[in-house]
Design a protein around this ligand. Structure first.
Ligand SMILES: [Zn+2]
Length: 220
């Protein structure tokens, strides 16, 4: 058995619950509570898989140094509680900061630059590149190299059967804003502009002509 926590270690219990509108029956709310908690674990675990792969690549890059990590979270069931499902994770001690997708600086008045922030930003670029722009780990935040509560945005259809918990627009935003740093360089990542599809040729090749839309959408 793997011991998740040391005796006496401080933990954070997060309760995931949707707003009650009164008309919903208790069973439905319970279902919602369960699925939100499970989704949260799923998102964090998926992000952890990516950061694990990133670590392997970063270790091979010369002079990369320490790599950020996303801390594990656990699903807990408290049957005697009205909101029985929750997640449990280690409490991070220290300055909790969020890192900008643009340049990895802190998202606060200080706007401090740090190695952790730049490595998080390079991680986002690496995942974006690895998934061909279909998935992005967002909300990079935590204390130093320890991250928690990250989000995932995927393209509309999802990526490899997985749909993130953040809007697809995060991906567009990242593509437009991200500025490569030296850690992107160490991993051989290219500036995002060159990742974008080349402009279509406008020759006489009929295959290259834009397809006409024949379906009418009922969406407003
Ligand atoms: Zn980059």
């Amino acid at each position: 058995m793997v011991t998740a926590f040391r005796p006496g270690q401080h933990c954070v219990l997060k309760v995931h619950n949707s707003v009650s509108y009164g008309t919903r029956c208790e069973e439905e709310l319970l279902c919602r509570n369960y699925s939100l908690a499970v989704e949260e674990c799923y998102v964090q675990n998926t992000a952890r898989e990516y950061i694990r792969a990133y670590k392997e690549v970063a270790k091979a890059a010369e002079a990369f140094g320490e790599v950020p990590d996303i801390i594990p979270i656990y699903l807990v069931h408290r049957p005697s509680n009205d909101i029985p499902y929750a997640t449990l994770e280690e409490e991070l001690i220290g300055d909790f900061v969020k890192y900008s997708v643009r340049d990895g600086r802190e998202v606060n008045l200080m706007r401090r630059e740090s190695e952790a922030g730049q490595k998080c930003c390079a991680f986002q670029h690496w995942v974006y590149h690895k998934t061909e722009g279909n998935l992005l780990v967002t909300d990079m935040q935590g204390v130093g190299m320890k991250l928690t509560d990250v989000g995932i945005a995927t393209c509309r259809k999802g990526y490899k059967g997985f749909r993130g918990n953040c809007s697809t627009s995060f991906i567009d935003q990242f593509r437009a804003l991200h500025q490569c740093n030296r850690f992107c360089g160490l991993l051989g990542l290219q500036a995002l502009q060159s990742d974008q599809p080349k402009p279509k040729r406008t020759g006489n090749d009929p295959k290259l002509k834009p397809k006409k839309k024949t379906l009418t959408s009922s969406k407003v």
